[in-house]
Every structure is written in C-alpha cells, then in structure tokens.
Design a protein around this ligand. Sequence first.
Ligand code: ATP
Length: 313
Amino acid sequence: MATWQHTLSDPFFQKGQIVTGLWNKKRYRIDGLLGSGANGEVYRVTCDGQYYALKVSVQAAEISLEHKILKQLQGVARGVDLGPLIFDLDDVQTAKGKAFFYVMEWVRGTDLDDFLQKRGPHWTPVLLLQLCTYLERLHTQGYCFGDLKAENCLVDEGRGVLRLVDFGGVTPFGRGVKEYTEWNDRAWWGQGSRLAEESYDVFALSMLVIQLLAPETRKQVGQIGPNYSLVKKSILSDPRFEDWRGLLRGVWDGRIRTVAALREALTPLVKKSVETEKKRKNKKTRHRDWTDWLLLGSAAVLVLVFCQFILAK
Ligand SMILES: Nc1ncnc2c1ncn2[C@@H]1O[C@H](COP(=O)(O)OP(=O)(O)OP(=O)(O)O)[C@@H](O)[C@H]1O
C-alpha cells in the first residue's frame, strides 16, 4: 500500500476531520494522508461508507484542469480505467484559507518498487506492458502523460494490475509539458525538447526502467547531475540490464520513438518473465503456491485483452 505520510508539517487536514464542500455540501471524513507533492495533498477519505481519494490544493486552476482531464478520460476509455474515476469537485474553507479539491476513486495499490521487491524484478516487463497500453489509449486522445514516474504508478497486488495516478502532467500534444520530474524528463538530460509528443513519454518510460532495475543510479545522479553518457556506460556493463540493452539502445538511437515500437521490444522480455515465473514455481515441489503464476497469467491475459481492444478500434 502507498505509505501514509505523517510528517507533513502544515497539512490542510487532520485525521478524523470532517470536510464539507462549500457548494455540493458532500461530507468527507479524513482517514489519512496518501501523498503530497508540488500541486497539493491527497487524502484517503470516507463518504457514505465508501473510500475515496481527495486531492486538495490552493491552486484552483490546477485542480479544475486535472478534474476536467480525468472526467474526459473516464468517458472515452470503455473497459479501461485510464485514470482514477472521478466523483466530486468543490471548494473548501480551511485553516489556511480557501482551497479547492476533487474527489476520485481511491486506487488501492502498492508502490511499484515495493511490489517488484516482493514479486521479483521479472515482473517489470509485465507492468511496463500494461503502462504501454494506458499510454497508447491516452495518446489516441491526443495527450502526452508528461509526468511519468514510479511514484505515479500503483499496483493492485491481488490482480497484478498497474494503475496510474496524478494526471497533473497530462498535456495536449504540441504544447510544452507542464509538469515533469527531472529524472524522467528528456530535456533535463539534454536528449530532446519538452514538447508534449509520444516520444516524450517513451523516453520517460525508458528512465523508469533504469530507476526500477538500478535504483542507486538515480541517487548517484542526484550528486553529479545529468550526465547521460555516464548512465548509458554504466548500463552497458551492468548485468541487470542484459535483457534490456536492445530496448534501451533503441530509445537512445531513436529507433524506438513510439509506444507501439516499445511494446514490440518488450514482448520477448514478457515471454521470458513468464518462463522465469514458471521455473520459480516448479522449483517449489513440496509446497506449491500457484498464486504468483496465476497473477502473472492474469496480468498477461489482461494486457492481451487490452491489446485486442486497441487493435479492434
Ligand atoms: N487516486 C489515488 N488513490 C490512491 N493514492 C493516490 C491517488 N492519487 C494520488 N495518490 C497518492 O498520492 C501521491 C501524491 O499525489 P499526486 O501525485 O497527485 O500529488 P502531486 O501534488 O501532483 O504530486 P507531484 O508533485 O509528485 O506530482 C501519489 O504519489 C500517490 O501515492
């Protein structure tokens, strides 16, 4: 589960507080803080016995834009929840003054790196394949995701299904990406512009791979700054990237600029993941536990269904 933060020095709300929207008059009980960032704070709340996530900020424009985009995506993605479902948009009077919030589906999920630590790195291609499917749907709508990073992905452990949260960086193609994170931003690395286009998300996804497989690289870069040739050099000699070099080289030399090309490069890695999981399970001869294998299988089936859905469009 995404860790609940208790360290925010001056949060909008306290646990147990009742928040009432000024216009719609809906009442939400604050259960705890799910996360916070540059644009606001996200709380788990309860309303009429149901759990939701409430995002609050002093920036009215940001909140209403995110709400608009999520609402728009909700309507187009039949059977594929591109973003959290959206329920309410309102203003609230807080101790800090007037604030703005929207209420969305609470995505019950584990952080990407926690999930991979538990299940093993061979799950990485399966999760990325799911991400490709979401991105393709979003791109079809004419939007770039923009702020693609591990912190904006949550995995439903039971089903092995990945969900995206924080659509604050979603930008129409052709404009400048409005919200990004240095590590995933190709302009920061000096590898292209910050123009919202398909290849911007593809680059961010390649940086996500590096972060997931070699988390210490990001920490090192924090000390030395954006040296892309150094990152490439370390990947070429790192055995953890043995299967990934073809894909990463494709992004580096511009052969892979679309999600479709990235998905194609991922396919053999997914096949290998399934084999790894099979072997892992077969080794457990005395105490067989098929849950992981079932999870992997269900995720693969899910991706296949999504792909068929896209191809049928
Ligand atoms: N619908 C949701 N369900 C569960 N957790 C969520 C949901 N939306 C956001 N979160 C959690 O809250 C965190 C912060 O939310 P969000 O990224 O939207 O805020 P932000 O201010 O835009 O952050 P950043 O500056 O990192 O972009 C997320 O990383 C995620 O862990």
